[in-house]
Every structure is written in structure tokens, then in C-alpha cells.
Design a protein around this ligand. Structure first.
Ligand code: KG4
Ligand code: ZN
Length: 413
């Protein structure tokens, strides 16, 4: 189905939210080897506020970017001990950017003094959606590297990165991580669930997307994070809520523990494919406020009741979308895609639907590698390979007009 582009190397940069990620992938769109990969999380920085602060995120990205770049090049054995000479034209390009981010520019100029141009064919960077000040750090760094080293630049949509992660399977080979393309067919339906997004997206062909539904207020990951805060759990709340919910369900199965709480399933029967998570979060808050004391038992039960409600709506809308649009492949992506309860409920419902409708072709369910469900640069590199395959770009062209766009949509690109 897909032609093979010649082997090449892509350097990918991700700074859309609270993870600074840089990686180098080598290969073709069917088999890719991760030859360098770094990720710096700002979780500790944001934990005390219970969420991500854009200006703090920007500063942390700017501090981490060059050290991570050096480490990634070193891992890939592409760090060249030489000076990069910067042309007058590049200086003219860089200088106006200094005003916006002096620390980043200074660290890049220092970096060029001791590092020569690496053997890399493309640079890929997340241009949106996300927190705009954070996105600009990656975008400006990528534009400067592209200009100075004369390496073509590709702008990648973060949500497309979450989609294509599920297209690949990961293996270990000679101590390296290798990604190979899974066999699947279009049309594809994708449920994208993260701290910033809750979207159902249809794709009839590679790179072509249509949004079928989305949240009208909070994202589902945001609801996990806010409920965690109400329960006194640190950011990010998703994995912690999920662990407590699992503990509750285990106790319920073993000891018959009664669930005292039940929360609404917002918009479950709205007749469309949209979502709403702000009311659910408020329902948990009001319930907690009415308790005389918030005990550990309460926390377990509340986490399970919240997760049941949040996930049930997602699963319900997915099954409705499958019934309506009849995709051949269904996949999940984004931080919440790593949620065990979501994965097992979807697996169960898909199996049951297939049994009930024996004449309906089985929908293939692609689950991404858990390690790559939350933000990272690998997903951006994978999306870049696929973009080049379907929309080839000459090696000599550099798109320096790339801009960060916090509201970039996956549709209509
Ligand atoms: O994709 P991601 O890393 O960042 C965005 O693009 O937003 O997603 C982060 C979100 C956070 O809200 C986090 O709480 C949530 O994903 N998350 C989870 C789980 N792991 C991460 N939510 C539920 N269950 C999980 N296991
Ligand atoms: Zn994300």
C-alpha cells in the first residue's frame, strides 16, 4: 500500500506542552530505528500548581532544548566536534528572534561554536496545537537549526503524531528500539484523548483527517487531572486515578465492596459525537465537599466512580461512531490512551459488537505502545516520515515560514 522512501535520518523536536522531546530516527516509513531519544519532563515543576503554566513551560523548554539536542546527537553518534560557521544571512534571520527568547538564542549560538552540521536529512517540529509560548521554543530552535545547517524543515501537527503512533509496532533489536509499520486498512477512526484534547477523527487516506466530534469544554485528561487535585493527588492525575480505581475494582471483586458513588455520563445520549467533561469534574467536587471527611476508602471509590463515568462515555461514542462510519481500523492516541480501563472496555465492546454483528467485518483495533502514548518526539518523527512519503519534499527546500499555532486543527491539512 505504501511505497518506500529511501533510508534517511530525521531529527524531531516536540515542545507543545510540558515535555521537551528530541529524537533521531533512521530508516524508511516501513522500518525505523530510534538512534537517539531524549525526553525531559516538567512534571515536578508543574506538580505544585496542579497544571501546566505556559510561561514556566516556555522557560523550562528553552533551558532544556540545547542540552537535550547535544545528548540526542551524542546517542546517535552524530555529534561533530567542529564549529558551525554562521552566515551573515543566518545572523540576519536569528537576530530578530533574540528579543522573544534571548536564553534560547544564546544557548544555540554557543552550541554552534562547538558542534558541526550533523548528517541529517530533515528536521521535524511540532507547530501546534498546544501552548503557544511552549510551541514557539521548538519552532524557533528548529527554524534556526534549519537555516544555519541548511536542512529542510517540516511542520508537524501534534495530534497527527498521536494518531500515527498506533500505526507502528516497537521491537528491540541490538539494544535499539525499532518501529515497524503494522498492516491495516483505511478508513481509520481515531479516538484522541489527552490533557488538551478529546476528539474523534476519521481518516479515509494517509494525512487526510476529518473531525467527527470533540469536547465542548474540558478534555478528558484535564478532568482526570482536576479530579486528582480534588482528591489531593499530584499532577498528572491520570495514572494515579487509574491506579486507585483499579485497587477499588480488585477489592470489589474480592470482598464485594459496595460502590457508594455514581456520577453522570455527560452527553452520552446527545445524538452527536461531542463530549463534555467539566460537569463531571464539578460533580466529583460537590460530592467531596459534602463528605464530613475524605478517607482513603472514599478516594478509592471516587476514583473508580469517576473513571467509570469518564470512560463509559468515550466507549459509547466510539461504538456509535464505528456503527455510523464503518471504519476498517480503529485506534486510540494521546496520554489517556494508556489508561487500562479504557483499553479493556474498548477491547470487550469491540469483541462483543463483532459477535453480535457476524456479517460486519471485524474492526482492527490498534493500541499504541504505552511508552509513546504521552507526549514525546518519536511520534513527531514518525508523522514526519509519513508526511514525506505522501507529500514528498525536495531535500533542498527549507520552509522557514513555519509558525507555532496553539489552535492548529488536525482537519483540513
Ligand atoms: O498526550 P499527553 O502527554 O499531553 C497532551 O498532549 O495533553 O497527555 C497527558 C494527559 C494528562 O492529562 C494525564 O493525566 C493523562 O494524559 N494520562 C492518563 C493516563 N496517563 C496519562 N489519564 C488516564 N489514565 C492514564 N493511565
Ligand atoms: Zn499530546
Amino acid at each position: 500500500m505504501f511505497g518506500i522512501v529511501r533510508d534517511m535520518r530525521i531529527l524531531a523536536i516536540e515542545t507543545s506542552c510540558d515535555e521537551t522531546g528530541i529524537c533521531i530516527l533512521e530508516g524508511n516509513p516501513e522500518t525505523l530505528t530510534l538512534i537517539g531519544n531524549t525526553l525531559a519532563s516538567q512534571i515536578e515543576l508543574h506538580a505544585k500548581f496542579g497544571g501546566v503554566f505556559p510561561t514556566m513551560a516556555k522557560r523550562a523548554h528553552a533551558e532544556k532544548l540545547v542540552p537535550l539536542l547535544i545528548e540526542t546527537l551524542e546517542q546517535a553518534r552524530l555529534l561533530r566536534d567542529a564549529e558551525t560557521s554562521i552566515s551573515a544571512e543566518s545572523h540576519t534571520f536569528i537576530e530578530p528572534l533574540r528579543e522573544k527568547d534571548p536564553d534560547l538564542i544564546e544557548s544555540l549560538l554557543q552550541f554552534f561554536k562547538t558542534t558541526g552540521k550533523p548528517d541529517i536529512d530533515y528536521i521535524a517540529v511540532t507547530s501546534g496545537p498546544g501552548l503557544e509560548p511552549a510551541l514557539w521554543v521548538g519552532v524557533n530552535a528548529a527554524r534556526i537549526l534549519s537555516h544555519v545547517w541548511e536542512i529542510p524543515l517540516l511542520a508537524i501537527n501534534h495530534m497527527e503524531g498521536h494518531v500515527v503512533t498506533a500505526f507502528f509496532e516497537r521491537h528491540e533489536q541490538d539494544g535499539k528500539q525499532v518501529f515497524t509499520r503494522r498492516a491495516f486498512e483505511f478508513p481509520v477512526l481515531a479516538l484522541l484523548v489527552s490533557g488538551g484534547h478529546t476528539e474523534l477523527v476519521g481518516s479515509v487516506a494517509p494525512g487526510v483527517y476529518k473531525k467527527i466530534g470533540q469536547t465542548r469544554d474540558d478534555a478528558v485528561g484535564e478532568a482526570f487531572d482536576k479530579v486528582a487535585r480534588v482528591l489531593g493527588l499530584p499532577y498528572p492525575g491520570g495514572p494515579k486515578i487509574s491506579a486507585l480505581a483499579k485497587e477499588f475494582r480488585t477489592k470489589q471483586a474480592a470482598e464485594g465492596t459496595v460502590q457508594p458513588f455514581v456520577f453522570p455520563r455527560p452527553m452520552q445520549h446527545s445524538g452527536d459525537f461531542d463530549f463534555s467533561y467539566s460537569g463531571l469534574k464539578t460533580a466529583v467536587l460537590y460530592t467531596v465537599q459534602k463528605l464530613a471527611a475524605l478517607t482513603d476508602e472514599h478516594k478509592l471509590a471516587l476514583a473508580a466512580a469517576f473513571e467509570d463515568a469518564a470512560i463509559e462515555v468515550l466507549v459509547h461514542k466510539v461504538m456509535k461512531a464505528i456503527d455510523t462510519f464503518k471504519p476498517k481500523t480503529f485506534l486510540i492516541g494521546g496520554g489517556v490512551a494508556g489508561n487500562d480501563h479504557l483499553q479493556s472496555e474498548l477491547t470487550k465492546k469491540l469483541a462483543a459488537a463483532h459477535k453480535d454483528l457476524a456479517d460486519v467485518a471485524e474492526v482492527q483495533f490498534l493500541i499504541p505502545e504505552r511508552q509513546f502514548t504521552t507526549d514525546n518526539a518519536v511520534m513527531i518523527g514518525l508523522a514526519a516520515y509519513l508526511q514525506l512519503q505522501h507529500n514528498p519534499k525536495p531535500f533542498s527546500v527549507s520552509d522557514l515560514d513555519v509558525k507555532a499555532d496553539g489552535n492548529l486543527s488536525i482537519q483540513g491539512k
